[in-house]
Design a binder for this molecule. Structure first.
Ligand SMILES: [Zn+2]
Length: 115
């Protein structure tokens, strides 16, 4: 059976709508991810002794552009986000604060005490 040109045009519009509908959930996921991006992890409650130890260390931590926290490489919050490696003493000097999710200060201080 031959299709009339009009029917073909309708088919094309329907196909385009189907593509848009298929993309909608992806768009929603994108928006959701962006909203999550605005949330910052809490700051680690570093005790004074750990802070003193860590401020002398050059172990590498990760920072994210325009984010106040520094993280360990294994941090769950960092996940796939793009990071910049920095020595931890430098990160602290630059005003970055430790992430409560991965607790870099407690982890690095403990590793220094018990290598
Ligand atoms: Zn972290």
């Amino acid at each position: 059976m031959m299709r009339t040109p009009r029917k073909t045009r309708v088919d094309r519009v329907i196909r385009r709508l189907q593509v848009i509908l298929k993309a909608l959930p992806l768009l929603c996921v994108r928006i959701g991810t962006n909203r999550d991006d605005q949330q910052e992890p809490a700051e680690e409650d570093t005790d004074a002794a750990d802070a003193l130890v860590v401020s002398e260390l050059t172990d590498e931590v990760l920072v994210l552009d325009e984010r106040p926290r520094y993280h360990l490489a294994a941090c769950d919050w960092v996940g796939e986000r793009p990071t910049i490696p920095l020595p931890v003493n430098e990160a602290r000097q630059l005003g970055f604060t430790p992430c409560a999710v991965c607790a870099p200060d407690a982890t690095l201080a403990a590793a220094t005490r018990h290598p």
